[in-house]
Design a protein around this ligand. Structure first.
Ligand SMILES: C[S@@+](CC[C@H](N)C(=O)[O-])C[C@H]1O[C@@H](n2cnc3c(N)ncnc32)[C@H](O)[C@@H]1O
Length: 257
């Protein structure tokens, strides 16, 4: 299937209905030292930010990281199934809306954060225009997104073996490595002030871990038999050689208006 044939809108709606909470289930177990990518993103937000929007919040892991006395963290997502989990787990407010049409006034947010949202909501230029509109002057956008590096030769070998079974790589609707991010920001009066990378590791110790990891990937062009082959490969490696560490490189971008 050619790339342009993927109906991402439908794929994302189905994925997040059937697998609500799966991103959190994996990323809350992805570690670099003692912290998760969610904690890393939350650290980019100043204690002075009193009104924060968590864009494409999913089941709300970063909103919960940011809850502090007196601060309002609004979680926004398009999926009612993700938001149902978010409501069970944290205080909200939780808002069901499209990130391309934010139901907030101009200049109403001190900070906008997004974990994995900017590679999912497309087009990137339109979502950044909305972020710029709702941020107050001096407000901050902080986002994390999957990256292609850093990866060691050993990390690459593990990932290549998986991709060989899948006969593809995980995909996102948005641009790989958020290409064009800084240039687009400038169009809307934001300036990139930080661009860092960090490598997280998800450890597979059982078939259940392998199933969880694989079920969190967007694989719109992959038959289930290929996913099953990747799961069996991991299960076999664990049985023969012990836990398998899967590397998840992440990029954290911070911009100021
Ligand atoms: C990869 S998940 C990330 C969820 C959460 N931020 C996390 O890191 O655990 C992407 C999220 O984007 C949401 N999403 C997709 N398109 C959207 C849109 N146009 N507006 C708002 N949310 C959207 C999905 O429902 C899903 O919850």
């Amino acid at each position: 299937m050619a790339d342009e044939e993927i109906n991402w809108k439908q794929y994302l709606a189905d994925f997040h209905r059937q697998r609500a909470g799966v991103a959190e289930a994996v990323l809350s177990r992805a570690l670099s030292g003692d912290h998760t990518p969610y904690r890393w993103l939350a650290r980019a937000v100043s204690h002075d930010a009193q009104t924060v929007l968590d864009l494409a919040c999913g089941s709300g892991p970063v909103s919960r990281e940011l809850q502090e006395n007196g601060r309002m963290v609004v979680g926004l997502d398009l999926s009612e199934h993700e938001l149902a989990l978010a409501k069970e787990r944290g205080p909200g407010p939780w808002v069901r809306a499209d990130a391309l049409r934010l139901p907030f006034a101009d200049h109403s947010m001190d900070a906008v954060i997004s974990s994995m949202g900017l590679v999912v909501v497309t087009p990137l230029s339109e979502v950044l225009a909305e972020v710029a509109r709702v941020l107050r002057p001096g407000g901050v956008l902080a986002a994390i997104a999957p990256a292609l590096r850093p990866l060691s030769p050993k990390d690459l070998r593990v990932l290549t073996r998986l991709n060989t079974r899948l006969r593809t790589k995980p995909q996102f609707p948005g641009p790989v490595e958020l290409a064009g991010f800084a240039r687009t920001l400038e169009l809307y009066g934001l300036k990139k002030v930080e661009d860092n990378r960090e490598k997280y590791r998800f450890t597979v110790t059982s078939r259940a871990d392998a199933e969880l990891m694989l079920s969190a990937l967007y694989l719109p062009q992959t038959r289930w038999s290929r996913v099953e082959a990747a799961i069996e490969h991991l299960e076999d490696r664990v049985a023969k050689r012990g836990p398998v560490e899967i590397s998840i490189p992440m990029r954290r971008l911070v911009a100021i208006k």
